[in-house]
Ligand binder design. Structure first.
Ligand code: OGA
Ligand code: MN
Length: 229
């Protein structure tokens, strides 16, 4: 009798400690950020998440994307020089995106526990790069000017060929050398510290769809509690 009870107790303990399905992936992400500040994982995003993003994209049906290079006159010309993609800021309330936003919430909680990053919120946009579009070398955040801590990019393009361009190139913060070239193939993930790593999107030769997102702190910068996008 007492042996039976003991076995039962052990089982209870085991099942309570069983990791949720994504923990292995989250751990690979955490380890990459911890050791290098960036990480790149091929065919990594679970199908339920890519499905959720594809549903959202299909519902947009090409509408609701707007030029990412806003402004007028010289400012607009400058912005067009920097980037050509068209974007749509994703709405967390949209039902088709709920699996995606749930996943990013879980990742945020995991990274906060594992790396003590203090991530508070997440924002993201879909991007559409048409043939010829690019995003020149840039940083996603400047120290002391933004709450963006960690950048996350997800790729939604099946069967990307080596001659189709559109790679994300990540550069060393120290000497500017090329660290990594990411092919924008379906379900690939790239994450990097937003203030550290200059990166660019090389001109693409076919339509290129991505989700780019940022985990943010909740601190006040220059008296702005939550700086606008
Ligand atoms: C961005 C960005 C990278 C990519 O939107 O800021 O750098 O590969 N995107 O689309
Ligand atoms: Mn960027």
């Amino acid at each position: 009798m007492s042996t039976n009870l003991l076995i039962k107790d052990q089982n209870l303990q085991l099942s309570a400690k069983a990791p949720p399905p994504d923990d292995k992936l989250f751990e690979r992400i955490a380890r990459g950020i911890e050791t290098d500040g960036y990480v790149h994982l091929l065919a990594a995003l679970p199908e339920v998440i890519t499905d959720s993003l594809l549903d959202y994209l299909a519902e947009l049906d090409g509408h609701n994307f707007r030029s990412a290079n806003t402004g007028r006159g010289v400012a607009r010309a400058h912005n067009r020089f920097v980037r050509r993609d068209r974007i749509h800021w994703m709405e967390e309330t949209c039902p088709s995106a709920s699996a995606w936003f749930d996943w990013t919430h879980h990742l945020k909680t995991f990274l906060n526990q594992r790396l003590i990053l203090g991530l508070f919120s997440f924002e993201c946009h879909l991007s559409h790069y048409r043939p010829g579009d690019f995003y020149r070398k840039h940083l996603d955040a400047f120290k002391g000017e933004s709450n963006r801590v960690l950048s996350l990019v997800v790729y939604l393009n099946r069967g990307w060929q080596p001659d189709q361009g559109g790679e994300l190139v990540i550069y060393s913060p120290e000497d500017g050398s090329e660290l990594l070239k990411v092919t924008p193939e379906f379900a690939t993930l790239a994450l990097f510290l937003s203030e550290e790593f200059p990166h660019e999107v090389l001109p693409t030769h076919r339509d290129r769809y991505t989700v780019a997102g940022w985990f943010r702190l909740n601190s006040s910068i220059n008296d702005n509690i939550d700086p606008p996008r």
